[in-house]
Design a protein around this ligand. Sequence first.
Ligand code: KG4
Ligand code: ZN
Length: 340
Amino acid sequence: MEKDINILAIESSCDETAAAVVKNGREVLSNVISSQIALHTLYGGVVPEIASRKHIEKINQVIEQALAEADKKLEEIDAVAVTYGPGLVGALLVGVAAAKAIAFAAKKPLVGVHHIEGHISANYIEHPELKPEFLCLVISGGHTHLVKVKDYGVYEILGRTRDDAVGEAFDKVARGIGLGYPGGPKVDKLAKEGNPDAIFFPRAHIEGAPYDFSFSGIKSAVLNHLNYCQMKQKKIVPADIAASFQQAVVDTLVSRTMRAADEFGFKRVAIAGGVASNSAIRQAMSEACEKKGLEFYYPSPIYCTDNAAMIGAAAYYEYKNGVRHGWDLNAMPNLPLGQR
Ligand code: KG4
Ligand code: ZN
């Protein structure tokens, strides 16, 4: 039997300070997340400088708690993993510095992980049977990527957003209809009370790039609708706006994903990232996959949002592939997704 590999993973790319211990890439021994949402809500979005400072305050405590909850001492850890990009540079730096210091002091290998690879790998945690190849739609506050997962650590990006990420569009629409930050979960909830066919919002298509996305048009269409209603003194129905906006987003995401599954002959489809918690997206994607006889995978909400367990899952396969980073590992705010 192979020896178990326990990885201490750290994530601090945006506004969650997180640490986890993951065994053999699939078994989460602990998953600690310290969220800064309440703090950034005051400003209606993430303030990078505040995020960095909060990470510094929290990181050691979160790491200690992750080790304690996993009932592991540092000596029992096989490697230290950390998100080193993409993300907010100051925020990333805190995690990278902490991981380097711990790995150096405890004489453990250091494994840097790509944040999106982490989101994709969140699907491994609760689906032991899931292995590459599969198609993964990564939808979060910072990213909208349709990715071919060719092997562990080997990715091909089929499409990406040309402007706003889908989570950003959710957050801006939420702000427009007065729901506050973070808007995604609030739009999701309110949409359940609205009519998705009440208002038609555009579904953008990009000539010659069938798998790319654009969400700035739909965001503007929602804001224009609000202005129009105010000018004409028409009644604004936030639930209908939320439902109609969400329906347009769902149609766009599902149609692109299904087209790619058909064209490339995928049998398995996964979603990942904060927006993958959205109930309408989960339902529509699940129905579309069932119609085509495809297996559909999605993580529990706790593994959709930024967390370190997903970084530990991704790091296990990187570690097995011999990836080791040096003490010169740096935060890379625009790190491209790996194509080993
Ligand atoms: O993955 P994540 O936690 O952070 C990034 O890496 O960006 O994603 C956060 C995004 C936010 O834009 C939030 O509004 C959105 O995910 N989100 C949702 C839902 N839950 C979170 N969007 C739509 N529906 C939801 N239920
Ligand atoms: Zn994320």
